[in-house]
Design a protein around this ligand. Structure first.
Ligand SMILES: [Zn+2]
Length: 274
């Protein structure tokens, strides 16, 4: 079993490495394709310098030739997506991941593998959206739109193929997601796009479709709480002014992961506070 977890971690970390490298390439106007290279001496990296986490640790976080410090962002991205993959694998293999699509996947038979693959790929795409937003303060809306289209399609399939599932359960999720979309849109109008942008609204809508009712509410709370915490810390400790723009998609993505893994345990404690 430990072996599986190690494999899953490395699959996650490898994708984290790819997602981070792609985000960094796009941020400096390069295409998606091309070999990885050192950003200081521009030397192309050899295969053994591309092993997630290990290469970074073995080289003690610096380039083998020019000794330039490598951004800890490389190893952080690998560890974060690796941990996401492990957590997802743990939840799915122990049958404790609750999603709006459980009945549909149960009907299809191979529930654990499909659920794991679907949520893993969505998590990686969201991670990319968050990194790209951090770099450029822009959300690539094609990604949340694809995720939303996939979510709506799967929910419709669930209604069509599983008439025994109360439709109201599916409607509740779609309605809550639309309310969240409208809420984010109103905040973006009220702050003239400085606090939140339309892209953030689309990300919030897309992830809400993949959370069981009513955990999307927690996703919103977690994202605003973590966003406020970081904004206040920046204001206090880094001399950032009130006008400093803080990209919000990373907090929505954090809120989604927190709600997905912790929502069912935290819901009874948090709802009385709201
Ligand atoms: Zn170098």
């Amino acid at each position: 079993m430990t072996f599986f977890y190690i494999v899953v971690f490395f699959v996650g970390a490898s994708l984290g490495s790819f997602v981070n490298a792609t985000a960094m390439r796009l941020a400096v106007g390069e295409g998606i394709n091309g070999r990885s290279y050192c950003r200081t001496c521009r030397r192309t990296l050899r295969w053994f310098e591309l092993i997630p986490v290990f290469s970074y640790l073995a080289q003690m976080g610096s380039c083998r030739r020019c000794k330039a410090r490598l951004s800890p962002r490389y190893v952080l991205a690998e560890v974060l997506l690796g941990l996401y993959a492990i957590s997802l694998f743990f939840y799915v293999s122990n049958g404790i991941l609750v999603t709006p699509l459980d009945s549909l996947f149960l009907r299809l038979g191979f529930l654990p593998y499909l659920l794991f693959t679907l949520y893993f790929l969505i998590g990686a795409a969201l991670f990319f959206v968050a990194l790209h937003d951090l770099d450029t303060k822009l959300v690539i809306v094609a990604l949340p739109r694809t995720i939303a289209a996939l979510g709506v399609t799967l929910l419709i399939l669930q209604i069509l193929f599983l008439p025994q599932i109360p439709r109201i359960e599916v409607y509740k999720i779609v309605l809550l997601s639309l309310l969240i979309l409208a809420g984010f849109w109103l905040v973006s109008l009220a702050t003239r796009g400085r606090g939140l942008g339309w892209g953030d609204a689309e990300v919030a809508f897309a992830v809400s479709l993949f959370l069981p009712f009513p955990l999307a509410i927690l996703m919103v709370l977690f994202s605003f709480w973590s966003g406020a915490l970081v904004a206040v810390s920046l204001l206090l400790f880094s001399g950032a002014g009130l006008k400093t723009q803080v990209p919000f998609a990373p907090f929505i993505v954090f809120g989604f992961f927190a709600a997905l893994f912790g929502g069912n345990y935290l819901l009874p404690h948090i709802l009385p506070l709201v």
